[in-house]
Design a protein around this ligand. Sequence first.
Ligand code: CMX
Length: 474
Amino acid sequence: MSVWKSAALTLNHSFKRALLYQLPACQIRSKTTGPEITNLKEELAVLIPEHREVVKKFVAEHGKFSLGEVTIDQLYGGMRGIKGLITETSVLDAEFGIRFRGYSIPDCQKMLPKAPGGIEPLPEGLFWLLCTGKMPSDAQAKAVSQEWANRAGLPSHVVTMLKNFPSNLHPMAQFSAAVTACNSESKFAKAYSQGIHRDKYWEYIYEDSMDLIAKLPTIAAIIYRNLYRDGTSVGAIDPNKDWSANFHSQLGYEDPQFADLLRLYLTIHSDHEGGNVSAHTCHLVGSALSDPYLSFAAGLNGLAGPLHGLANQEVLVFLKGIQGKVGSDYTQEGLKEYVWSQLKAGQVVPGYGHAVLRVTDPRYTCQREFALKYLPNDPLFRLVSDLYKIVPDILLQLGKVKNPWPNVDAHSGVLLQHYGMKEMNYYTVLFGVSRALGCLASLIWSRALRFPIERPKSYSTALLQQMVQKAAKK
Ligand code: CMX
């Protein structure tokens, strides 16, 4: 195929994707124009002014376009379905699952750059994609790897603080506290106090975000080793290794297959559009111009809830409970009985259900495919597979569950257990490391697009009752 034809096809594909997912015009520039930019900030410096203009024009022309009504049910029902946020990095389709800038998880597995010898995508590449809307080249992903390796050093007070935490402080509480304490390093907070122009906010948010993402694996690995490996040293970052491979070594693991699993894990947990608790909290706190350390730490505190990220820990507790009570020689009837007993005790089945999704989570599916390939005979994987056959039917019988299918958390712990990471209380920390990619890519864009402080309207029940009565009299 000629170079021109191939460029035209790429552009055609990009236009289709842009039309389908309403991507900004800046995302459909031909890759072939000009020399390749491998520095992410330089790339953003080109894209941001273009996209600001696109948004300005769009809002000026269509600002009064209605996206539907808000009902009292929605006010009392966790704002489910209310359209109230702009998140440029990803969109969640109830019937399809997540698309990162229009790309599905299998697309990302196929198209994102890989580490030498690895087959799973590099999270560095995904971060580039989330930030720019463009599939990065190998050189662009590598440049991000190197930047993160260079920015990974921790302030000594954070290391000391982590050392002094009691072992009964949950790893997520340690994680969020350490991220908050890194606020001493905030370039945004410093620049703001010196009076920078608002047009430049995004540049400092970018710097803090890159610094923070770079530091997260080291913070997380120190927590892991303090709690579960007698406080042994996490060692130095190797600038020639990718972000996940360094994290894998810092945690103390050696199996390259586990490093590749981490790449997949850190990619798929990154972003799930804007309304989930962690992303929304980070966005909300950031809208007050709190720096990325404070904003993301707030998001982590939300991720630590059992109905959100902590569900990955809860799933393992649930699976171990089954193994303890029903045994590994279970029957389908035995499993059903256990699930019903959990529901009758007024508890949820962790890892099942979703506020938006109405199908099996593709993040579950890709982990299942990984397991089928590498650990088909793992007893815990077999249990997860057997639960998949019975839980949806049981949840449907409750008559109120809107999505009976498994979500991302139903599967992740099983894979980690297989590679030796048995400490289930730690699992949400891994989720948190990954979630930073989505939250912080969005935070950069929120400041680039100068989104204002978030402040939705609330009502009291008494006021709503008056409003309803008044409407009835008309
Ligand atoms: N087990 C038992 N009951 C469930 C259920 C589950 N897995 N999922 C939903 N329900 C119940 C709800 O508790 C609710 O009951 P009430 O009306 O009595 O309060 C009812 O079904 C309707 O809920 P829904 O509209 O289907 O779901 P929501 O949007 O309110 O909640 C979620 C979504 C994820 C919190 C819920 O499905 C749940 O609790 N799942 C288990 C926890 C879990 O896996 N969380 C992880 C989600 C992914 C993530 O964020 O990481």
